[in-house]
Unconditional design. Structure first.
Length: 367
């Protein structure tokens, strides 16, 4: 079976890497031949992450995708990440439907809100229903969570499958033994308490940092003033954003992301409460949990499915609760480790590619 993946990005981007690229070895092991044609190349991504606009690269991306479409009939399956042409009508998807190509379209974000909630009235008018059309023309919609799946249902999608965004558990060692929790001996408890530095971690891009973590600046600073032993590691940001003295900014690479998470004692995922965030797939929390690290998260969207309150972490609804929950997890070592062990087990059972790869294989093999 020959499969064409029309991803949005190269594997440099987390969304494409997790939703598509990490599955390719599993598909190839089953005898499937995978061809991947990203919309944006790595040069565009490098400029984007650096805050640069490259109009030439964007035009090149549209032209390249246009010519790729002439090859779709060579493949047995076509998998589209989100849409074929961003910010253009769904004419390409309609053409595939006309040619009886039952493409699979995959979503891990509520990108339909780029259109139907746009501040530009022209975009709302002409593209507001675009993603609904892409979904209705498809053979199958794969959604990262129930919010995205419900939108697909209302759009009239014929087949809807929910597959969360997951990690490869073999890449994520547990920070602590994930076997059944046992009471700590006095010696073990003393060893855990000797290191007074307590690391609260966050991982993401500059865009998500500015939208979700930067608004937390005041309580992050207040927490450091209340307890100088609390330190913050911000992975994915390299410039000092003035979040306080006990903050370390760490560049992200695919090779170092897991070792950096393992340095954390707990991970945080604050989100603004909006329609867009309801489509988020709680990926940061899954990464923390895979390492046996509990999370503290906003009560938004899928967060509470991964950060189960008082079971795999804590939910925080305001600045006072963020401070309270983080201080509690610093103080109660055994509680923190038990929540981390529970979080690891949740990932092993539900949020790892070792579980979801079979689901993808079934979708691709379905006639």
């Amino acid at each position: 079976m020959k499969i064409l993946y029309l991803t949005k990005y190269t594997r440099m981007a987390g969304s494409s890497r997790m939703r598509s690229y990490q599955y390719f070895p599993y598909l190839e092991k089953e005898g499937m031949k995978v061809s991947v044609k990203p919309f944006f190349d790595e040069a565009y991504l490098q400029d984007f992450y650096a805050g640069k606009k490259n109009i030439g690269a964007v035009i090149k991306s549209y032209l390249h995708r246009f010519f790729v479409l002439f090859t779709v009939l060579r493949y047995d399956r076509v998998v589209i990440e989100k849409e074929i042409f961003p910010f253009l009508p769904a004419f390409a998807e309609w053409m595939m439907k006309t040619l009886d190509i039952k493409y699979i379209v995959d979503y891990d974000d509520a990108i339909f809100h780029n259109y139907d909630l746009s501040t530009n009235p022209i975009i709302r008018k002409f593209l507001g229903a675009k993603i609904a059309k892409v979904m209705s023309y498809s053979g199958t919609v794969v959604a990262g969570n129930s919010y995205l799946a419900e939108y697909a249902r209302k759009a009239g999608a014929k087949n809807i499958e929910i597959i969360p965004t997951v990690i490869d558990i073999e890449r994520y060692p547990s920070k602590h033994n994930s076997s059944a929790h046992k009471p700590f001996t006095d010696g073990e408890r003393l060893d855990l308490q000797e290191n007074s530095k307590f690391v609260v971690g966050w991982i993401g891009t500059k865009t998500t940092f500015e939208k979700h973590l930067l608004p937390c600046k005041e309580w992050i600073k207040e927490l450091q003033n209340l307890d100088p032993d609390i330190h913050f590691h911000i992975v994915g940001i390299t410039e000092d954003i003035d979040l306080g003295e006990n903050v370390k900014y760490i560049p992200w690479t695919e090779e170092t992301e897991v070792p950096e998470i393992l340095k954390m004692d707990l991970g945080i995922m604050p989100l603004q409460d909006s329609q867009w965030e309801k489509g988020k797939c709680a990926y940061k929390l899954i990464q923390y949990a895979a390492c046996g690290i509990p999370g503290v998260a906003s009560d938004v969207g899928m967060n509470k499915e991964v950060c189960i309150d008082n079971e795999t972490g804590f939910i925080a609804n305001n600045a006072a609760e963020w401070i309270e929950k983080i201080k509690l997890l610093k103080k109660e070592t055994e509680k923190r480790l038990l929540l981390g062990q529970n979080a690891r087990k949740l990932v092993e059972n539900k949020y790892c590619i070792q579980v979801t790869s079979e689901h993808w294989l079934q979708i691709l093999k379905k006639k």
